[in-house]
Design a protein around this ligand. Sequence first.
Ligand SMILES: NC(=O)c1ccc[n+]([C@@H]2O[C@H](COP(=O)([O-])OP(=O)(O)OC[C@H]3O[C@@H](n4cnc5c(N)ncnc54)[C@H](OP(=O)(O)O)[C@@H]3O)[C@@H](O)[C@H]2O)c1
Length: 265
Amino acid sequence: MISVVLLGAGNIATHLYKAFQKSDKVVIKQWYNRHLEAIQAFKNEVEITDRISDLKEADVYLIAVSDDVVGELSSQFPFDNRLTVHTSGSVGIYELDKKNRRGVFYPLQSFSKDANVNFKNVPICIEVIEKQDLKTLKSLAAALGSKSHKVNSDQRRALHLAAVFVNNFTNQLYRVAHEITEAQGVEFDILKPLILETANKVQHLSPYMAQTGPAKRNDKITLRKHLKLLENEEQKAIYELLTTSIQKTHGISNGLRPRRTSAKK
Ligand SMILES: NC(=O)c1ccc[n+]([C@@H]2O[C@H](COP(=O)([O-])OP(=O)(O)OC[C@H]3O[C@@H](n4cnc5c(N)ncnc54)[C@H](OP(=O)(O)O)[C@@H]3O)[C@@H](O)[C@H]2O)c1
């Protein structure tokens, strides 16, 4: 049995709490949040606190708070030589206070409080400084039903950066597509099977092999028509940038004439 003290009550902490509560391999000793209201509803299930000085003894202290305050919070712990881990993709392992053993337990998935999460679909990237802690964090991931991956700091940073491309940037492109369809009064929903197919395809093909479309085919007339259709300068710039990127990747040159940038003053 692994005992855990959970810190934070946001998206990640709430999902971790619910998932750990279902596991018979983990016991949540205590749940801390600086504002008690956020965890008040759970007070009959678990000991809650808003005081760092009251933290109980546990095998792992899971710090799931905003990136900027991870280090500061860990420096307030009133004990030393215990395993303290954060859940961030971008915060360095050495930003945790060195009086305790340090680690990272980074769930590589997008979490929102109200959306269901199946931890079987959440890879956990684990980083430790001391070898003895690897086993504990791997067992913690296994208790969630998650697959764990031992990574180093550079690899974790790379995964976090790559995640911005596949998640946040892709989602922003959905937003652009929404604006384009809305402007013509056509339903965005008609695109949803294509969105799913795009995500499904890279499950068995590399992104390189999965690419299709006018940029890859170098359909110059279509490319120009698309640019003309776009009224918004920002959308045009995105279209050009991504078309150029696809064509470079696939060794195609000159599919789009370079756009004129504004003359220097
Ligand atoms: N959301 C995701 O999809 C996701 C995915 C992977 C990793 N992560 C990582 O998980 C961590 C938590 O993210 P989240 O999305 O769960 O954040 P969140 O929903 O914004 O929650 C932030 C938490 O941090 C606490 N907090 C903020 N400032 C604090 C301070 N000065 N002192 C103490 N606590 C403070 C908040 O407390 P109050 O409730 O009192 O405001 C809240 O409990 C971050 O390191 C993030 O990078 C997030």
